[in-house]
Design a protein around this ligand. Structure first.
Ligand code: FES
Ligand code: FES
Length: 161
């Protein structure tokens, strides 16, 4: 099995690591670098729990080999900026306020997808929110509250503008 030296910038920190050819980005982030915010759900690109931002785009990190991300800027849920240090991001606050999480396993992926969704469209309709989150599954099936949370996050961002 081949090994590769790669560099990733994760949440603003330059990281150097050696990965096997087969190592998925999610495993490099969690197992090699200790960024445990992104979760492993299915490893088949179905659930969205592993979603991170790669060079600004929301990506399922089980769908990418770590070597493919060599040189990329990665943001995990731990590095989402938007509030005072150590405070919850406004999207996280909205998920909390609207009971948009139950066990919380899907939440990091939901939050990262929501961040991209709201960056692309600051005032999505409920149908657009549902369409935007269609790649993120919640085993606790709390989708109604998730949509409420995204709506709340959008309106709070609008108030702050
Ligand atoms: S773990 Fe990546 S989509 Fe499910
Ligand atoms: S809150 Fe449990 S999987 Fe979504």
């Amino acid at each position: 099995m081949g090994e590769h030296d790669i560099t990733l910038t994760v949440n603003g920190t330059d990281e150097r690591l050696t990965v096997e050819s087969r190592t998925l980005l999610i495993h490099a982030l969690r197992d090699e670098l200790g960024y445990t915010g992104p979760k492993v759900g299915c490893e088949t690109s179905a659930c969205g729990a592993c979603t991170v931002h790669v060079d600004g785009d929301a990506v399922k990190s089980c769908a990418l080999l770590a070597v493919q991300a060599d040189g990329a800027e990665i943001t995990t849920v731990e590095g989402l900026e938007g509030g005072p240090e150590d405070a919850l991001h406004p999207i996280q606050e909205s998920f909390h306020a609207e009971h948009g999480l139950q066990c919380g396993y899907c939440t990091p992926g939901m939050v990262m997808t929501t961040a991209q969704l709201l960056a692309d469209d600051s005032a999505p309709t409920r149908d657009e929110i549902r369409a935007g989150l269609k790649g993120n599954r919640c085993r606790c099936t709390g989708y109604q509250n998730v949509v409420d949370a995204v709506e709340t996050a959008a309106s709070r961002a609008e108030e702050d503008r």
